[in-house]
Write a protein that binds this ligand. Sequence first.
Ligand SMILES: *Cc1c(COP(=O)(O)O)cnc(C)c1O
Length: 418
Amino acid sequence: MQLENNQYTLSGGINPLDLTEQFGAPLYVYDSAIIERQWKRINAAFSYKKTKFNYACKANTNINILRVLKDLGAGLDTVSVQEVRLGLAAGFTAQDIMYTPNGVGIDELADVVKLGVRINIDNISILEQFGQMFPNVPVCVRINPHIMAGGNSKISTGHIDSKFGISFHQVPHVLRIVKATGITVEGLHMHTGSEILDAEVFVRGAEILMNAAVNFPDLDFMDFGSGFKVPYYEGGNETDIEAVGEKISARFTEFCDNYNRELTLVFEPGKFLVSEAGYFLVKTNVVKTTLSTVFAGIDSGLNHLIRPMLYDAHHEIINVSNPVGRSRIYTVVGYICETDTFGVNRKLTEVHEGDILCLRNAGAYCFSMASNYNSRFRPAEVLVHNGKAHLIRKRENMEDLLRNQVEIPALKREEVAA
Ligand SMILES: *Cc1c(COP(=O)(O)O)cnc(C)c1O
């Protein structure tokens, strides 16, 4: 979203206020031009020819977003059988889908085997059972490189106490299972967590995976996961993706020369591809001045966007209804009946009741983590694509809230009105 002639616009010159006028608020809006910009940037960063990017779709699973990424050439990274099915419904081929679950039972894995997608196994017990049940299905193995990284302990997955992956110290055990079951290991994987800033951290993890790889002669790919951080405000810090691309491309080329095969280099960006493409447009319900604070209360809350409360995530907030007025300090809060603060002491152009505010970086882990808490409807979603705005998810209604609730007849007696 940019400021042009004193007015915020999306690509194609679309005015966000026209969208809330047409589709109501609160409203998620995604701009496919920004997804494409990020796609081109990450592709340009890696000079290694056989590099593949699987979009980690838990960030945003709207089927139209999946299709935008498929058309750009992405594969798909999924974490549940339901995400696998969404990917197939979006038109990804089974072999372009990687399934990287955590802590699922063997039954779900057996279901996914039938769908023909690539399978990533992240613990010894399941690897052993899987190898006995499906000795002819090749697998990828998720290795934990024990690297502490990431913006927040909840999104850091590669450290020593983490529940994710098989420790690289347990590679000998993996090899015994491979030998005993005759299973083929076609890939090695790691995902150290989210929001790694330093290219060196990626390289350190990659080194550990490449060390392990020499024990596996049948590899087709190595998957270094994700953790690419995007800036959360003008000039905010971000992963130096170009530095990561240059370092890993060089090191991986060298590795493949020694391994004697040109493997596919895989990454699984989620946030990097879609975070900045998303805007969450909300209406100001009330401006409330207390003894210490001016609150802007909006028609949304942690039910629609929980990252500030769950991860202390920062989302920039702008007042699109008043792009160039003088600024004041506001604390922006939600309408949920517990504390749900979107931003403390934010400088916003003067906010009036009814103004549309925009929370930026709302493309990843926002709608996909939304709930019906307080029995509120989840918002509608709009995709701006090739200069046109398309409704891609309807706002919920009362029927949606009651769907799947089963009424007990004896409790359903009509009360006689007094
Ligand atoms: C969530 C996840 C990703 C994506 O992480 P981002 O920080 O959104 O890029 C990649 N791989 C796996 C296995 C994941 O669970």
